[in-house]
Design a protein around this ligand. Structure first.
Ligand code: HEC
Length: 143
């Protein structure tokens, strides 16, 4: 078991190399996550205001993926209220997706928002997991 400490040391010093963000473009892979901001009630409140203006139309008022504009989309807007989504994603990935959009889907790029505003939005959408009421979690395309 002599290799074990070495392997541990490598995996600790190189978390961005094989961690959950390793497939992001280099300029996003190493972005410093503002952990304090993500937990801040003020940031979440600012993010909520931005969300209502720009995102609820598709992602739904409560982050349930059922915004007015979402009908007929081949790909349903992500349901932020789903705890499974939050567990699968990371703050960097959310930041990346908001800034770059998702090509081939209706999700636009929001690069004209500042990086601070983008983190506020990330704080808000990541805070929504688990807030859906029972019955909100119909599978995509079921309506
Ligand atoms: C025109 C509709 C539309 C608007 C407006 C919109 N989105 Fe999206 N968004 C989508 C769709 C559709 C997807 C799913 C893309 C996919 O299937 O990969 C998505 C995906 C996402 C994802 C990726 C989630 C994941 O699975 O990793 C994030 C984060 C996101 N949107 C945040 C936002 C934020 C924040 C705003 C407002 C600033 C916003 N979106 C506005 C349609 C929209």
């Amino acid at each position: 078991m002599r290799w074990l400490p070495a392997a541990l040391a490598i995996s600790l010093t190189c978390t961005a190399c094989n961690g959950p963000d390793s497939d992001l473009p280099p300029s996003y892979r190493h972005v410093v996550v503002p952990a304090e901001r993500l937990r801040s009630g003020e940031a979440i409140a600012r993010g909520e205001a931005l969300y209502e203006t720009h995102c609820a139309l598709c992602h739904g008022e409560r982050g349930d993926g059922r915004g007015r504009r979402s009908a007929g989309f081949a790909k349903r807007p992500t349901r932020f209220a789903d705890p499974g989504w939050r567990d699968r994603t990371t703050p960097r990935r959310v930041f990346f997706t908001i800034r770059e959009g998702v090509s081939g889907t209706p999700m636009p790029s929001w690069r004209w928002l500042s990086e601070d505003e983008t983190w506020d939005l990330a704080a808000y959408v990541l805070s929504l997991a688990g807030t859906a009421s029972p019955g909100d979690d119909a599978s995509p395309g079921s309506d």
